[in-house]
Each structure stands twice: as structure tokens, then as C-alpha cells.
Design a protein around this ligand. Structure first.
Ligand code: A2P
Length: 282
């Protein structure tokens, strides 16, 4: 396996098995350089969001990389203020403009239940999804999906959807494997993407993983990202340091034994759990 190997989504679109995460990567030079470093290191899958505020910098790096558009996989996400049919259409148009792209490879609803629409989240998601299905049919998004959806949010969406989400992007790492929704996604051929695969850095404080890494002569990041792939997740590691970006892509020259995997499985709850989507304050 390599960074350009792919999973196949329900609609047969291929998605590179590791994505470069850009949450908490500041707009401007930092996001530009990090994205360029990732592309130079061989990543072909970049994950951003309107909310991250860095779509323009990410888009500039993509353009300057000189890599053919059809060799890249670019994801962005619809923010909470934009739930609704017309709002979603406008939000995607703005994201495409900022990214400097004619289409994205994947467009996601970032959260299922914004605080502003808490009494009507079902209808908002249905309307948003209708706009996303149209964008898909019009070729503005090669695949569409969701993020942070739990089972009841998906079941609600299925009542009106004519196209099922192809992806659910979740907080997935050794501390929280979200077993219920992951099983549901797997049963519905929805790919589970892992954001915060390194626990937004918390993994580096755990001596258990360091011991596994030392034994394999790999790093903590590499061991945990490999574990994520082994679970069938698509990890989206974030870094703003060139050498770490390179390191996080070197996951394919070793294997975790059952014993190593058990050590990492044993870290459940060590650095907390996903946010409850129905209770977020945004
Ligand atoms: P930085 O961006 O300063 O390199 P996650 O992917 O779970 O969101 O985790 C991202 C966090 O982990 C960031 O703080 C990032 O720091 C740090 N990080 C990413 N890759 C590595 C690595 N290979 N070694 C050490 N820290 C890393």
C-alpha cells in the first residue's frame, strides 16, 4: 500500500487511503506551506472545511503544486450557519471559489445539529442534503457525505435522501472508536474517515504507544495511523511541520502484530470522547 492507494466509495469513486488534515492550520503562509509540503510528500488527498478558514490558502497550494486535478482528492465541508437548501448551494459556490476549483471530490455536512437550528435540524438536514444531491448530479461534488453524524441523524436523513452519504467523518482514534455508528456506517457502505487520528496530539503523552513504536522502530504517529488503517478507517492526520508530514505518510513498510493492536485497543477513553452532536454550542 502507498499514499496513492485508494478505498472505493459506494459510487465507485476512489479515495486515497490517507488524507492530509488541515483543522487548526492557520490561514495564510502556514496552511499554504503545509498543504504544499503534503503534496510534495506524496499525499493526494486534502481535507479542509469552510469553518477552518483556510480554503484559499489550501487552494493556492493545490494550484501551485502543478499536480493534475484528476490526481487529487479534495474535501471541504458545509458549516453550521449554512444549513438549508439555498444556503447550501451558496456555501458550496463560495467554497469552490475560495479553493479555485470547479468541483470538489467530496462535500460533507460538517455537523448534524447546529445550535441555531436545534428545533428543526431534521428539516434543515433534509433541505441541505437535497442541495448536495443536486450538486452531486451536476458534477460539482464527485461524492457527498456527512461528518459527526450519529445513527439517529443518519436514519433521519435516509427518510428523504435519494442518494446515501458515501462518507461519515468522525472523531476516531484509540480513545474513541465510536463503535455503534461505525458498525452502522459499515452496514450501509459508508466509509468512516478519522479526524483527530492522533487525538489532536494527546496520543504523544501515552507511554504505552511509545513502547510499541520503539519495538517496531517506528514513531508513535506511524503506529497509531497504521492502527487506524487496520480498523478500516481513513485517517486524516494534521501537521504543520514538514518532517512530521513526511513521517505521517510512511505507514506501509511495517505491520502491527495482534499484540501491538491489543495494546492500542486498550487505550479506550485515555484522552476523552467525541463531542455529542446534539449538545454542541455551535
Ligand atoms: P503540529 O501540527 O505542530 O505538527 P490530529 O491529526 O489528531 O489532529 O493531531 C494533530 C496534532 O498532532 C498537532 O498538534 C500536530 O502538531 C501533532 N502531530 C502531528 N503529527 C505528529 C508527529 N508525527 N509527531 C509529533 N506530533 C505530531
Amino acid at each position: 500500500m502507498t499514499l496513492t492507494d485508494t478505498f472505493t466509495l459506494a459510487n465507485d469513486v476512489k479515495i486515497p487511503v490517507v488524507g492530509f488534515g488541515t483543522w487548526q492550520t492557520p490561514d495564510g503562509d502556514v496552511a499554504y506551506q503545509a498543504t504544499l509540503d503534503a503534496l510534495n510528500a506524496g499525499y493526494r488527498h486534502i481535507d479542509t472545511a469552510a469553518f477552518y478558514g483556510n480554503e484559499e490558502s489550501v487552494g493556492r497550494a493545490i494550484a501551485d503544486s502543478g499536480i493534475a486535478r484528476n490526481e487529487l482528492f479534495v474535501t471541504t465541508k458545509l458549516w453550521n450557519a449554512d444549513h438549508g437548501y439555498a444556503q447550501a448551494q451558496a456555501a458550496l459556490a463560495l467554497s469552490l471559489q475560495k479553493l479555485g476549483l470547479d468541483y470538489v471530490d467530496l462535500y460533507l455536512i460538517h455537523w448534524p445539529n447546529p445550535v441555531a437550528f436545534r428545533n428543526e435540524w431534521q428539516q434543515r438536514n433534509a433541505d441541505t442534503w437535497r442541495a448536495m444531491e443536486e450538486a452531486y448530479n451536476d458534477g460539482k461534488a464527485r461524492a457527498i457525505g456527512v461528518s459527526n453524524f450519529q445513527v439517529h441523524h443518519l436514519e433521519e436523513l435516509f427518510k428523504t435522501a435519494t442518494i446515501k452519504p458515501m462518507v461519515n467523518q468522525l472523531f476516531l482514534n484509540p480513545s474513541d472508536t465510536e463503535d455503534e455508528v461505525v458498525a452502522f456506517d459499515n452496514a450501509h457502505n459508508i466509509l468512516n474517515e478519522a479526524y483527530s487520528p492522533l487525538g489532536t496530539g494527546a496520543i504523544f503523552d501515552l507511554p504505552e504507544v511509545q513502547a510499541v513504536a520503539d519495538r517496531l522502530n517506528k514513531t508513535v504517529a506511524q503506529v497509531v495511523l497504521r492502527w487506524s488503517l487496520d480498523k478500516g478507517f481513513l485517517p486524516l492526520p494534521k501537521s504543520t511541520h514538514t518532517e512530521r508530514i513526511i513521517e505521517n505518510g510512511q505507514l506501509f513498510d511495517f505491520e502491527l502484530s495482534a499484540e501491538d493492536t491489543a495494546v492500542i485497543d486498550g487505550l479506550h477513553g485515555k484522552f476523552g470522547f467525541h463531542k455529542e452532536a446534539d449538545q454542541v454550542e455551535f
